[in-house]
Design a protein around this ligand. Structure first.
Ligand code: SF4
Length: 271
């Protein structure tokens, strides 16, 4: 069974790596760290090292065992491009993703430099999406690194948004997610920061996903913006009726590249 996720823009998580280190202000209240320490206390074997970067070779083949198609957030409890993850292991992760072509994988990182350096030597089939996290204007340069990645879908997660983004070049970007910080110590997100990003996406025709306002009690704050929810995503092909499709075909039997409808899918872990 895949690990179901409560994250609004994905369905499942897969953590062949756990643990991370803080790299920028967006990491200050890292949910993955809190969760890792909880799982350590619960005696979960994959978290025996707490939040120290740890690779788990026994987790590599998991997506190949999940026959039902999933939208999978890769390494919600770590950052795949952390310097502590051996290059050979990153390549193993990409080999599995390439083979498990009935799923859709979302790889999200704050280590955009390493992503950009390795990108041209990694396989990027259409069902493997690449994304970077940006928390404020100071880190918008990560989007420039992302533009160098030859993925079919490049996405930007502006979460936790802790400052204005200002100029955001959306050329070559296929999806933008925005979310406020939630949980203990959550830093506020201003409405005008969100509206500015939303308006840029609308003007550029880039799907916009508004995840949440956040706050200490995020359910109370909700996820409405301008009287509606924003759940846009790049095209995702329909899952096959019987789960795993024949190899070499898009999950719906259609070419996923030729049909990119706006679809709706129904914690802040990961980068
Ligand atoms: S998992 Fe993400 S938020 Fe947490 S420390 Fe690593 S990069 Fe930062």
């Amino acid at each position: 069974m895949a690990a179901k996720s409560s994250i609004e823009w994905t369905e499942s998580t897969w953590n062949p790596v756990t643990g991370c280190t803080k790299i920028s202000p967006g990491c200050a209240n890292c949910y993955a760290e809190r969760m890792a320490m909880r799982l350590l206390a619960m005696g979960q074997p994959n978290y025996a090292n707490g939040f120290r970067v740890t690779v788990h070779p026994h987790m590599l083949a998991k997506p190949l065992e999940w026959h039902q198609r999933q939208v999978i957030f890769v390494n919600s409890m770590s950052d795949l491009f952390h310097s502590g993850v051996p290059e050979a292991f990153i390549r193993d992760v990409f080999r599995v993703m390439s083979e498990a072509d009935w799923h859709l994988f979302q790889v999200l990182t704050k280590r955009s430099q390493r992503l950009a350096v390795m990108a041209s030597s990694l396989p990027w089939p259409d069902h493997v999406w690449a994304g970077v996290s940006v928390e404020s204007q100071d880190y918008v340069w990560r989007v420039d690194h992302l533009r160098e990645v030859p993925a079919a879908v490049r996405f930007v997660s502006l979460e936790p948004l802790i400052g204005p983004i200002g100029e955001l070049n959306l050329i070559g970007i296929h999806w933008v997610i925005v979310g406020g910080e939630s949980g203990p110590g959550a830093r506020p997100m201003r409405r005008d920061w969100v509206v500015e990003i939303r308006d840029r996406c609308v003007a550029a025709g880039v799907p916009f996903f508004f995840k949440q306002w956040g706050g200490v009690r995020k359910k109370d704050a909700g996820r409405m913006l301008g009287g509606r929810t924003w759940d846009e995503m790049p095209g995702v092909a329909e899952p096959p009726p019987g789960g795993r499709p024949r190899r070499g075909r898009a999950p719906s039997g259609r070419d996923a590249r030729s049909s990119r409808p706006q679809v709706r899918v129904n914690a802040r872990p990961g980068p």
